[in-house]
Unconditional design. Structure first.
Length: 311
């Protein structure tokens, strides 16, 4: 029984990487009055993803477009939007793209399926996110003046890479991630007593079948772990000269706060001043403390950065 409970706790740890909400909260939200209507985006190769779009503020022709993309696993973004961006103080059109094979009301709690895992890799994320953003920008009747990419936890990987790939991107926002590799993050969490599984023992199993999507370790395939474990985000961050906002909970138990501080130090050492780090006291991976949701503050800060006077 203790083994089952432990495995469920790891699955919960991975699911909260995307939104930070419980499965029950997400389920209630996606059937509520605010639930967004799904749309379908078709990729050049014939594949497709569900996406959602809505307006923040009063303008039907905002000068700001904001793009989200899914994080770890296969829950649908429908479960948290549009309330996720509460605190954003500027008119904007928000686009939210699910990964391929993530259904409209998926909670991602009962397996993602073979088709999902086949396309669940870094280069595919980047290609799909790039195609979607480019399509929306090219099809805009009133092209936006500012384009923001938001990466949440795992989503930081594709957001950073695509920000460097599409010149029209003007701002980058990251929640719950920093500059550590997954291996360093997990070992830091282990040293702090926040996780108890042995990363090195797991890696010994994974490296023998690196490309397997049939075998999994704590909720993700061996191929996923192979790509993520030692992926270094620092060089991709340092290539960017656009404003970057990073929000991190001081008590994050999914990605250690040290990861964000390490990222900030890398920018300082490189003589770059375009990264703003906000560490929220007693807050978790969701930027929530026991009494305060700091995500509203995070999007308020982002809104000020997007205003012409920066205030």
């Amino acid at each position: 029984m203790s083994s089952i409970i432990f495995r469920l706790s790891i699955v919960t740890f991975l699911l909260t990487v995307l939104t930070g909400c419980t499965g029950l909260q997400r389920l209630i939200h996606m059937y509520g009055d605010e639930a967004l209507e799904p749309r379908v985006f078709r990729y050049p190769d014939g594949g497709r993803s569900i996406y959602y779009t809505f307006y923040n503020g009063n303008s039907d022709n905002p000068e700001i477009y904001i793009f989200f993309y899914g994080g770890t696993g296969c829950p649908s973004w429908k479960s948290v939007m549009p309330g996720y961006v509460d605190g954003l103080s500027v008119p904007a059109r928000v686009f939210v793209l699910n990964k391929r094979f993530v259904t409209d009301r998926s909670l991602g709690m009962f397996g993602c399926g073979e088709a999902f895992h086949k396309y669940n890799n870094i280069e595919q994320w980047i290609s799909d996110y790039s195609d979607f953003i480019t399509s929306q920008l090219n099809g805009a009747e009133h092209p936006p003046q500012k384009v923001v990419l938001v990466g949440v936890s795992e989503g930081a990987i594709q957001a950073v890479r695509v920000a460097g790939k599409i010149p029209r991107v003007t701002h980058l926002a990251i929640i719950g991630n920093g500059g550590y590799t997954m291996r360093k993050s997990l070992k830091t969490l282990h040293d702090k007593g926040l996780i108890y599984f042995d990363v090195d023992t797991g890696w010994e199993k994974i490296r023998k079948k690196k490309n397997s999507i049939e075998d999994s370790w704590y909720g993700n395939t061996y191929r996923w772990w192979t790509e993520i474990m030692d992926y270094d985000p620092i060089p991709w961050f340092l290539r960017l000269d656009i404003p970057i906002l990073v929000g991190m909970g001081a008590e994050d138990t999914s990605v250690p706060v040290e990861s964000a501080r390490f990222l900030k130090e890398a920018f300082t050492e490189a003589g770059k001043t375009n990264l703003t780090l906000k560490v929220y006291p007693q807050a978790d991976h969701r930027l929530n403390s026991a009494t305060v949701s700091y995500r509203k503050d995070f999007f308020s800060v982002l809104g000020r950065m997007l205003k012409p006077d920066g205030k």
